[in-house]
Ligand binder design. Structure first.
Ligand code: APR
Length: 251
């Protein structure tokens, strides 16, 4: 776990009203029981992303892809937000300039009460018409668990629905990119629970640093960005964020 001196650096900046942006990855949901992608037991250790998380995979076998996403929806529906989500949600409401960008599609930040979440890779709880028919919006919320049969069908044109997530090879929504770019204009940028391997999300940290932000990585393991941030808090998000919050509350 990181030292009191290291924690105090972040506590002091938050207390001083630093405009704060937080980028999260799967590590923030690990304590909730949601599998990460690349760690021990990670999803990409058991599945090949090109077979499940690309438009080509879906076109080839929508039912197979939905078996995997429906399994994740059922698993995550049984999970609860953890202490890391709770602290981040408190900060998103307490600090007016606190913005949250998440790579996670599990919806746990929102369930913890976080406001204005920028969902960089979409949401597992949203769907869209695979044919993008004129009768359907681009994406809409559908919390049906489980879907039966698979694939679920568009109510307007009966084409398969697709998960509302960003697949490998797809671009990030333009408004999400714009909001995320704006959020890199900040005083304090916290990157929490991400392996920092997937761009353009991983590029946000250095963009913020180039714009003058003090950058902090919170992760029990090193990442390719560890040597490029101003401070590394080596620890689990739920423990480190709780420790910072305890100090902010004067405990
Ligand atoms: N607290 C903080 N970090 C943790 C914890 C924890 N309790 N447990 C694990 N981690 C760290 C791991 O050390 C790792 O660096 O979380 C990171 C998880 O990395 P990935 O599994 O690669 O997840 P992520 O970085 O979110 O992946 C980015 O890749 O597959 C795509 O779209 C997917 O959004 C995802 C993107």
């Amino acid at each position: 776990m990181c030292s009191d001196t290291e924690l105090a650096i972040v506590v002091d900046r938050l207390r001083a009203g630093a405009r704060t942006t937080i980028l999260t990855g799967a590590g923030v949901s690990a304590a909730s029981g949601v599998p990460t992608f690349r760690g021990p037991g990670g999803l990409w250790k058991r599945h090949r992303p090109e077979e499940l998380a690309t438009p080509e995979a879906f076109a080839k076998d929508p039912a197979l892809v939905w078996e995997w996403y429906d399994w994740r929806r059922q698993l995550i529906a049984a999970c609860e937000p953890n202490r890391a989500h709770a602290v981040i949600a408190d900060w998103s409401r307490r600090y007016p300039d606190c913005r949250l960008i998440t790579q996670n599609v599990d919806g746990l930040h929102e369930r913890a009460g976080a406001e204005g979440v920028i969902r960089f890779h979409g949401s597992l709880w949203e769907v869209g018409c695979w044919r993008a028919c004129a009768g359907s919006p681009h994406r809409w919320m559908d919390r049906t668990v489980p879907f039966d049969p698979l694939p679920p069908r568009c109510p307007h044109c009966d084409a398969p629905l697709r998960p509302g997530v960003v697949w490998f090879g797809e671009g990030i929504d333009a408004s999400v990119l714009s909001r995320s770019d704006n959020a890199t204009a900040c005083d304090l940028f916290l990157t929490i629970g991400t392996s920092s391997l997937v761009y353009p999300a991983a590029g946000l940290v250095q963009q913020a640093r180039q714009r003058g932000a003090f950058t902090v990585e919170i992760n029990p393991d090193a990442t390719p960005l560890s040597d490029g941030v101003d401070l590394v808090l080596r620890g689990r998000a739920e423990a480190v964020l709780d420790a910072i919050e305890q100090r902010l509350a004067g405990r």
